[in-house]
Design a protein around this ligand. Sequence first.
Ligand SMILES: Cc1cc2nc3c(=O)[nH]c(=O)nc-3n(C[C@H](O)[C@H](O)[C@H](O)COP(=O)(O)OP(=O)(O)OC[C@H]3O[C@@H](n4cnc5c(N)ncnc54)[C@H](O)[C@@H]3O)c2cc1C
Ligand code: FES
Length: 268
Amino acid sequence: MSGIVQLAAPVIENVRLARDTYRVRLQAPALAASIRPGQFVMLRLPDRSDPLLGRPFALYDTAQDAIDVVYLVVGKMTSRLSNFRAGDKVEMWGPLGNGFNDLSGHVGLVAGGIGQTPFLAYIRHLLGTRGYGGQTPQRKAERVSLYYGVRTADLAAGIDDFRNAGAEVHVASDDGSLGYRGYVTQLLAEKELPNHLVGCGPEPMLHALSRLAKAQSVPCDVSLETPMACGVGICFSCVVKVKTGDTWDYKRCCVDGPIFDAGKLVWE
Ligand SMILES: Cc1cc2nc3c(=O)[nH]c(=O)nc-3n(C[C@H](O)[C@H](O)[C@H](O)COP(=O)(O)OP(=O)(O)OC[C@H]3O[C@@H](n4cnc5c(N)ncnc54)[C@H](O)[C@@H]3O)c2cc1C
Ligand code: FES
């Protein structure tokens, strides 16, 4: 657990990006200096016991001595957080998890629901426009494409951020109100696949992505959104089944993930 910082982080701003979707900027200099794309933080609201446990959120990006988290309001913690204002404090610990791999060539990022959040920092890292965790910026990938699926147009959050970061953005919506009508994996299947795929979103979407990648022999990583209680490997609430040889073993998503090789996961 070395290197994990825990603090009461002041909110700098908490702005609405889309329906039920906000970006909170939290002042945390040591964390902002060390966190890498694909890693996450646990957030907990102080001075209350409901919800008692922290919740995991991906790094959206760093901003000088602060970190940005983009969240969808789904339950008690996120709905209360949406009322936080500048100066309010949030308990935070991190950086947590393994982080994304360095990939070259054409990298395709595939997001569904709120699964776009880990990809902004990753795009900047891959294209070498920003360094994270004390690293000097260095270009890794030739091209980065983001395939982003939402249920409907007003849930799409951050598209301008991804375009401004240099990604080619392809959008799909279930109801056809934005971009391609249908699932993001259907949109992707109609394109020439990139050299690597990286997915984040609901499990059925990740499973479909993993099948598509396997059928076309394209390597695929996925970032799982498994519910977590501690985030630091103690409680085993976050286990997933990962293949090892002819069998499988439980791995803790918080410390062994959240990024896994899609081909090694046992999909239920
Ligand atoms: C590594 C990681 C990174 C994440 N990054 C983000 C992020 O950047 N932005 C974001 O908005 N969310 C993210 N999540 C999901 C986020 O942690 C949950 O949405 C959060 O727990 C909601 O808290 P809550 O108290 O508001 O709702 P809860 O009361 O915890 O849950 C409300 C409802 O959502 C369901 N639910 C909660 N978590 C999950 C889940 N992971 N999968 C399926 N159903 C769930 C519950 O069953 C319940 O129905 C991430 C999860 C992980 C594991
Ligand atoms: S969340 Fe506690 S072990 Fe992973």
